[in-house]
Design a protein around this ligand. Structure first.
Ligand code: MCA
Ligand code: AMP
Length: 463
């Protein structure tokens, strides 16, 4: 899996740089072997996935030991941490990058013996309930990375730069394992700021649309990316104005790709190929797609099959089965259209109002509503995603409550779940509109949304 660590591409003292600290492949391998020795024989292990060399060593150590890694969001509050640890059965392992071992321990009995066995368990939100563990095999990861290397002409000549979190596919699978498979030098900037991206002088850059839109608003930093070969955007839709600003400031047309935690990356534009703003390219090698549209309609749910799909939701066979059609295609829940002339896909939206994408993070409305209802002063809660120029969507909570402020409720969610799951606005309402079945009518809450958010009165401004 990790070709770079086998010496294929040679070594260098700064093969991997994370938040200002560097390591050679040899040093990384030594630290990863020490992790592998610690976890050998465990059913799974967890690490607090800070953007550090320790997290990189944990990911490599997991693969060496054949023990699945559960990366915990470092900003997760107690409720989210407990859920993930309990649900996965993983024990939290402290990692010390200075501890090295010079040999890979023999795999314990029962450890993953083949590429189809679990390598990562990533927790991700559904529309209701707490996050589910998505089990990814080494084979699925390897298939995806090889397909992306081909699509982006990604090689050991590249320097990959990004500053994305290391507990999701984008930052961890593409951004770390991708570099270690292709042999490209890796610069993780710690935080994805425009200035840090510019300083890193990479050839290949990854970002979520929020990162790209911040770069587009920082012309000096953007100009620092002009020497790059390829800018890649993903995790949410890249707005066309951001695409155009990036092209004007860097001379590069950013390539957009589409994926999910459950499917890994399945669609992408190609390096050197035609790139159209607002589209996510064509299926990667091995992926087949179809649009489940009503008769006569051209848009519908995107469904797909291929070698990059997950092995299932951990311990949830019913949820896994429900994610597939009867004839075995994965239901993405995204609404898409395909250009009949060139097969280029366009993501039009999501089927469910309860799945929010904010800053590239996937957030289920139900999880936030449950957290709010845990607050003693809250009697009703309905959470929606509202268009936002910076975050794509921002989380807005409509609550029925007395004797508590919006800021207190925001802090309550930030400290129980994750900081990035906090509502950016709380609006107090006398009641949540419901249909005859008692289901919240969220579309009614959003009626007149544009005029409300644009009002300069400040009454509904972000917290
Ligand atoms: C503010 N802060 C608070 C509060 N308010 N903290 C606690 N309680 C509060 N009430 C502080 C935080 O501590 C933090 O401080 C600061 O606010 C900013 O936090 P945050 O909201 O996270 O920052 P942001 O500026 O809104 O973040 C934008 C971002 C981030 C950096 C773009 O959204 C991000 O990293 N997104 C990437 C998501 C991603 O990788 N998704 C991939 C999944 P301090 O600064 O001190 O920390 S998708 C995927 O994997 C698929 C397969 C795919 O297609 O890629
Ligand atoms: P996650 O599982 O966190 O990776 O979120 C997956 C979801 O992100 C998909 O179902 C899409 O809704 C969204 N997504 C990812 N990439 C794109 C993209 N390029 N354009 C639009 N939506 C995207």
């Amino acid at each position: 899996m990790l070709t770079a660590l086998t010496g294929t591409y040679g070594d260098r003292p700064d093969a991997v740089r994370v938040a200002g600290r560097t390591a050679s492949y040899e040093e990384l391998l030594g630290a990863a072997r020490a992790v592998a020795a610690d976890v050998a024989g465990a059913p799974a292990f967890a690490v607090t996935a800070t953007p550090t060399l320790e997290t990189v060593a944990a990911a490599v150590g997991a693969l060496l030991a054949g023990v699945p890694l559960v990366p915990l969001p470092p900003d997760a509050g107690p409720a989210e941490r407990e859920h993930i640890l309990r649900d996965s059965g993983a024990e939290l392992l402290p990692v010390d990058f200075a501890r090295r071992s010079d040999r890979t321990p023999a795999r314990a009995e029962g450890a993953a013996a083949g590429p189809g066995d679990p390598a990562l368990v990533l927790y991700t939100s559904g529309t209701t309930g707490p996050p589910k563990g998505v089990v990814l095999s080494a084979a699925a990861i390897a298939a995806d990375l090889d397909a992306l290397a081909e699509a982006w002409q990604w090689t050991a000549e590249d320097t990959l730069v990004h500053g994305l979190p290391l507990f999701h596919v984008h930052g961890l699978v593409l951004g770390v394992l991708g570099a270690l498979r292709t042999g490209s030098r890796l610069v993780h900037t710690g935080r994805p700021t425009p200035e840090a991206y510019a300083e890193a002088a990479g050839s290949l850059y990854f970002g979520v649309p929020t990162v790209w839109s911040r770069i587009a608003r920082a012309p000096r930093a953007a100009a620092g990316l002009a020497g790059a070969r390829l800018l890649v955007s993903g995790s949410a839709a890249l707005p066309a104005p951001v695409f155009r600003d990036l092209e004007r400031l860097t001379g590069l047309r950013p390539v957009e790709r589409y994926g999910m935690t459950e499917t890994l990356i399945t669609l992408s534009g190609r390096a050197g190929g035609p790139v159209h703003p607002g589209t996510v390219g064509t299926p990667l090698p091995g992926i087949r797609t179809r649009i489940a549209a009503e008769p006569g309609a051209e848009i519908g749910e995107l469904q797909l099959t291929g070698p990059t799909l997950f092995s299932g939701y951990l311990g949830r066979p019913e949820a896994t089965a429900a994610a597939y059609t009867e004839d075995g295609w994965f239901r993405t829940g995204d609404i898409a259209a395909v250009d009949a002339s060139d097969g280029v896909h366009r993501i039009v939206g999501r089927a469910s109002i309860d799945m929010i994408k904010s800053g590239g993070y996937r957030i289920g409305a139900g999880e936030i509503e449950n957290a709010l209802l845990d607050h003693p002063k809250v009697t009703e809660a309905a959470v929606v995603g509202v268009p936002d120029a910076d975050l794509g969507q921002r989380i807005v909570a409509f609550v029925v409550a007395e004797g508590v402020t919006g800021a207190e409720l925001t802090d309550f969610v930030a400290s129980h779940l994750s900081v990035h799951k906090r509502p950016r606005e709380v609006r107090f309402v006398p009641e949540v509109p419901r249909n005859a079945m008692g289901k919240p009518q969220k579309k009614l809450l959003l009626t007149g949304e544009d005029s409300r958010t644009e009002k300069p009165s400040g009454q509904v401004g972000p917290l």
